[in-house]
Ligand binder design. Sequence first.
Ligand code: HEC
Ligand code: HEC
Ligand code: HEC
Ligand code: HEC
Ligand code: HEC
Length: 184
Amino acid sequence: MLKSIVRIFGAILIVSIYSCSPEEKYDALSFFLDGVPEPGAEGLDTLISDTTKFASSASARNRVRAKVYYHPPYKDKECPECHVRSQGNRLREPMPGLCYQCHDDFADEFAFVHGPVVSGFCTQCHNPHTSKYKKLMLREGQEVCLYCHLRSDVFAGEDHEGIDDTICWECHNPHGGEDRFIMN
Ligand code: HEC
Ligand code: HEC
Ligand code: HEC
Ligand code: HEC
Ligand code: HEC
C-alpha cells in the first residue's frame, strides 16, 4: 500500500520531504498517508527514511527516462574557462574561439565550413552547459536543422525526396565538408 502511494506521489513527496523540518515533513506525509506518527514520536524518522528510500527509487526510475547530459567543463565547475566572473559572467572570448580553446577548429578540418559554425553560432544548436539530448543538442532530429532551414525549401527539391524523418546528418556533416553542400 505504502509503496503504491509513494509511486504515485513520489515526485511530490521528494520535493516536500527533502530539506525541510520534521514538522513540515509531518505535514507533507500526513497529507498523503493516514496514521503518520506525531513529529518527534518514535517511528516517524523510520517512516520518513523508508518513504524517502521508496521515493528515491521512484525518482531514480524517472531519472532514467529524463537523462541529462553534461558538458564536462560545466559539470567540473570550470566556469572560468568560459566566463569572467568578476565581469558579470561575460564570455571570455566570442565563439567560436571560446570553443576552440578545447575543441579542434573546424576550419582546419574542412575545406568548407557550415555558415553558422563559421559565424560562431555554436549555441544555436548546442547548449554549452547541459541538455536532455545527446551531444548537448538544443533540439532533436531534423528540428536541429529545420530551426533555420525552411522545411518547404528543403523538401521542395529532388535531393530530399523520400528522406522522411532520416536525420539530416546521416548525409550532411553539421559542421562542414568538401564543398558548400557539406556532405559526409
Ligand atoms: C564551455 C564553456 C562554458 C562553461 C564551462 C560554462 N559556461 Fe555558462 N555559458 C556559456 C555560453 C557560451 C553561454 C551563452 C549561451 C548563449 O549563447 O545563449 C553561457 C551562459 C551562461 C549564463 C547566462 C544564462 C544562461 O544560462 O544562458 C550563466 C548564468 C552561466 N553561463 C553560468 C555558468 C556557470 C555558473 C558555469 C559553471 C558551473 C558555466 N556557466 C560554465 C559557456 C560556458
Ligand atoms: C574547457 C574546455 C572546453 C571548452 C572551452 C569547450 N568544451 Fe566542449 N567539451 C569539452 C570536453 C572535455 C568534452 C568531452 C570530450 C570530447 O567530446 O571532446 C566536450 C564535449 C563537447 C561536446 C560533445 C558532448 C557529448 O555529449 O559528446 C559538444 C557538443 C561540445 N563539447 C560543444 C562545445 C561548445 C559549443 C563549446 C563552446 C561554447 C565548447 N564545447 C567549449 C571541453 C570543452
Ligand atoms: C547546425 C547545428 C550545429 C552547429 C552550429 C554546431 N554544431 Fe556541433 N554538432 C551538431 C550536431 C548535429 C552534432 C552531432 C553529430 C553526431 O551525432 O554525429 C554535433 C556534434 C558536436 C560535437 C561532438 C563531436 C563528436 O564526434 O562527438 C562537438 C565537440 C561539437 N559539435 C562542437 C561544436 C562547436 C565547437 C561548434 C561551433 C564552432 C558547433 N559544434 C556548432 C550540430 C551543430
Ligand atoms: C543557426 C542556423 C542554421 C542551422 C541550425 C542550420 N543551418 Fe545550414 N546553413 C545556415 C546558413 C546561414 C547557411 C549559409 C546559407 C548560404 O550561404 O546561402 C547554411 C547552409 C547550409 C547548406 C548549404 C546550402 C547551400 O545552398 O549552399 C547545407 C547543405 C546546410 N546548411 C545543411 C544544414 C544541416 C544538415 C543542418 C542541421 C545539422 C543545418 N544546416 C542547420 C544556417 C543554419
Ligand atoms: C539522403 C541524404 C540526405 C539527407 C538525409 C538530407 N540531405 Fe540535404 N542534400 C542531399 C543532397 C544529395 C543534396 C545536394 C548536394 C549537391 O547538389 O551536391 C542536398 C542539399 C541540401 C541543401 C542545399 C540545396 C537545397 O536543396 O536547398 C540543403 C540546405 C540541405 N540539403 C539541407 C538538408 C536538411 C535540413 C536535411 C534534413 C531535414 C537534409 N538536407 C537531409 C542529401 C541529403
